[in-house]
Design a protein. Structure first.
Length: 329
């Protein structure tokens, strides 16, 4: 374990100041190494306080690799970038090098994209992250990881004080898009609410097994909605104050890890998704590969297909652009 992370863990485990000699002994390093680690943490934005009795754990770790990793209850290493082209692209590079269980986090992305290569605005102040794993699951279950990421993002938003919901398959929204919503209907574009976050999943594997899987999550955290595309919003705008991005990212990663920890854990993804969905019970129009499906969304089925009651009968849609229609529930 990195000496700085080990030092932070040691300080966090003790409510009282911890002396340099005590830290050196518990970490099995020299006192000079303790001093160097403290200075390194301060450069990273950790306000490690020195008192006459020893060092005190920082109250507010910064938004950085060590900051997000500090106290993280998830099995991921954290690679942080102030600026990167795409966290998904970097995660794919790590996958090619044989890495796994890694979270790539950036303050800003310069070459990000959404589904179908659509533009995704990712300026400084958002939470842009990708998680690389090598799950031991059949390829057919891979869509569950996208749904798990949507649940994790929604739960992190709710913990931050924003009542988010999920629109099938991979958008996290605020509001339900009814006429009472503040955004004009033309801006909402059938989304069913103001867009807070999006998810893009990529994978490589054999026909019956996942080799590696990257789930990218882009969250409009502390951003001015005026700088975002029409119909989008941010955590800070919805709650009226900036969000702690370090805590938000950690909550998201921990929840995602919990939902995808094992094949058995994946069985809980669909029930959790249903509880947070804004799509179910709504009239929808889905542009699928084999044509347009219109009707009432009644369920989501393994491994993430939208079940729609249409005039011609019940249909399962595995992929497509979903529009929430107004005027009927």
């Amino acid at each position: 374990m990195d000496t700085r992370r080990a030092l932070l863990d040691a300080l966090a485990a003790d409510d009282d100041p911890v002396s340099g000699p005590a830290l050196a002994e518990s970490l099995d390093v020299s006192r000079a190494a303790v001093w160097k680690a403290v200075e390194g943490l301060r450069e990273e934005g950790f306000a490690v306080e020195s008192t006459s009795d020893g060092y005190v754990a920082p109250d507010d770790p910064g938004y950085s690799g060590p900051g997000i990793a500090f106290g993280l209850d998830a099995p991921y290493s954290v690679e942080y970038h102030d600026r990167v082209g795409s966290t998904n692209e970097r995660a794919r590079e790590l996958a090619g090098a044989g890495a796994t269980d890694a979270a790539v986090v950036a303050d800003e992305q310069t070459g990000s994209r959404g589904r179908l290569d659509r533009e995704w605005v990712a300026p400084s102040g958002g939470v842009w992250l990708s998680v690389l794993t090598r799950p031991d699951v059949p390829t057919a279950r891979a869509p569950l990881f996208t749904l798990a990421a949507a649940v994790a993002t929604t739960d992190a938003a709710r913990q931050a004080g924003v009542d988010a919901r999920i629109k099938w398959p991979n958008d996290v929204l605020v509001g339900d898009g009814t006429p009472e919503e503040s955004a004009p209907a033309s801006d909402l574009g059938g989304r069913g609410g103001r867009k807070l976050a999006g998810i893009l999943t990529e994978m490589e594997g054999e026909a019956d097994r996942v080799g590696w899987l990257v789930v990218g999550v882009g969250v409009n955290a502390n951003l001015d909605p005026e700088t975002l595309p029409a119909g989008a919003t941010s955590l800070s705008a919805e709650r009226g104050a900036p969000v702690d991005r370090r805590r938000f990212a950690a909550t998201l990663l921990e929840r995602y890890a919990e939902l995808t920890a094992s094949p058995g854990a994946l069985d809980g993804v669909l029930p959790a998704w249903r509880e947070r969905a804004s799509t179910l019970g709504r009239r929808v129009r889905v542009e699928a590969a084999d044509g347009v499906v219109e009707g009432t969304a009644v369920d989501v089925a393994e491994p993430g297909a939208l079940v729609v009651d249409t005039d011609e009968g019940r249909r399962r849609v595995h992929a497509g652009d979903c529009e929430h229609l107004r005027g009927a529930e």
